[in-house]
Design a protein around this ligand. Sequence first.
Ligand SMILES: Cc1cc2nc3c(=O)[nH]c(=O)nc-3n(C[C@H](O)[C@H](O)[C@H](O)COP(=O)(O)OP(=O)(O)OC[C@H]3O[C@@H](n4cnc5c(N)ncnc54)[C@H](O)[C@@H]3O)c2cc1C
Length: 439
Amino acid sequence: MERQIKDVIGIGIGPFNLGLASLMDQTDEVDGLFFEKTPEYVWHPGMLIETMDLQVPFLADLVTFADPKSPYTFMNYLYEHDRMFPFFFHRHFEVPRQEYNHYMQWVASQLKGLYFGHTVVDVVDKKDAEVPHYEVIVEETATGEQKYFQARHVVLGTGNEPLILDGMDRLPNEDVMHTSRYLFEKDHLLKSKHVTIVGSGQSALEVFLDLLEEQDRQGDMKLSLFTRSGGLFQLDTAKFAQEMFTPEFVDYFHTLSLSQRKEALNTLGPLRKGIDPETLTRLYTKLYHRTTADQDSRVLIQPMTEITGIEAENEGYKLHCRQWQEEHEYTYQTDKVVLATGYKPHFPDWFMERFKDEIEWEEEGMYKVSRDYQLLFHDQRDHHFFTLTDLVHSHGAGATNLGLSVHRNVHIINTIAGKEVYRNQKDTTFQQFSMKNFQ
Ligand SMILES: Cc1cc2nc3c(=O)[nH]c(=O)nc-3n(C[C@H](O)[C@H](O)[C@H](O)COP(=O)(O)OP(=O)(O)OC[C@H]3O[C@@H](n4cnc5c(N)ncnc54)[C@H](O)[C@@H]3O)c2cc1C
């Protein structure tokens, strides 16, 4: 790691920054380093449930949308692992999440300039230097040694962290856990007589289904699911709805005012929060088969019910429940709880300390982001702070979507290079969103 000013330093190596590194690897126009605090590449390890698939087709891999000839395509991964024929016969576009994780590990193992086991502990804006840049301070986990690196631009890709409801974070981790820890605690869960899941998003249903399958082997374990949502609703995977995950729609969304964007996000709820149709079908089929086998279902699914509190009681936990439509409050006893309460953007502590007063905000908690994913500073600058994290309010429902992340990385590379290194796909929708250019 030589001491010079690089073009880019990427903070965090999840799929988004890994995709950026993969595209940068194939061009001489932009160079960089990437730092990741975990010791190796692994994608949401607590949720790598064996039978669960990616929710986007494999073409939304790290590079294909920008560079289908790249050595880092999912197709090349299959080819290099002699898996083309099974994939061909399997005829399934949504590949298993475990396989996708393995694909990303394979890419990460080939790229230069990725450093695992290195936490970015500070970023200092050297705006008055002869060449304005950022100094990135990195701590190596194994040794505790701090190292200093410089780059003209940084790209924040620190992803999300579990969202846990107030008070529920103080309960023992192995008894009341977020879905992000599910596989780490699964053996412990299976020893209990009653597991309750809180939530009804994709993660909630995946855990529910996995435990339902275990229930056949576990005999007397009971399973419950509570959600404050009105029901177990399906993700909108219809073709025209999916056009909201295109560069065209991002262009349109970004031009709207904040209040228009918030309103648009409300109407796009079914695109962002529903359950994959295949997961729902598997669940329904499983329950149906139990009725034909005349089995006791040992399952409770309770929508419209908010969990307002959890407290330890009788070697288990008492859930405070509220059926909001009937305005009925009651308590419910369980042994273990899995919180499928979602995620929130993760910002390292230094981010707010260093940059809160330097950048522009749309309102509290929502920074201003340019179309090219730069944070807007009060001063004019040519050394940019890009972000791949927390973009829903500025760039729409596709901000956390794997397919659109390639398009995002193309914007960033082209902006840094000052030319079109990778071509941006145009005319990606049949629908037209803006009337402004209408003749
Ligand atoms: C279980 C699950 C399944 C999903 N499935 C899909 C799907 O099928 N299709 C889809 O489109 N989207 C999916 N998503 C949404 C989204 O694609 C993923 O969350 C994706 O991982 C986001 O990538 P990322 O790079 O932003 O963040 P992350 O994958 O969260 O990676 C961020 C990385 O930054 C590191 N980091 C944080 N702080 C620092 C620091 N200070 N220094 C160094 N490193 C740091 C973290 O350790 C982490 O590895 C899924 C999300 C989840 C939770």
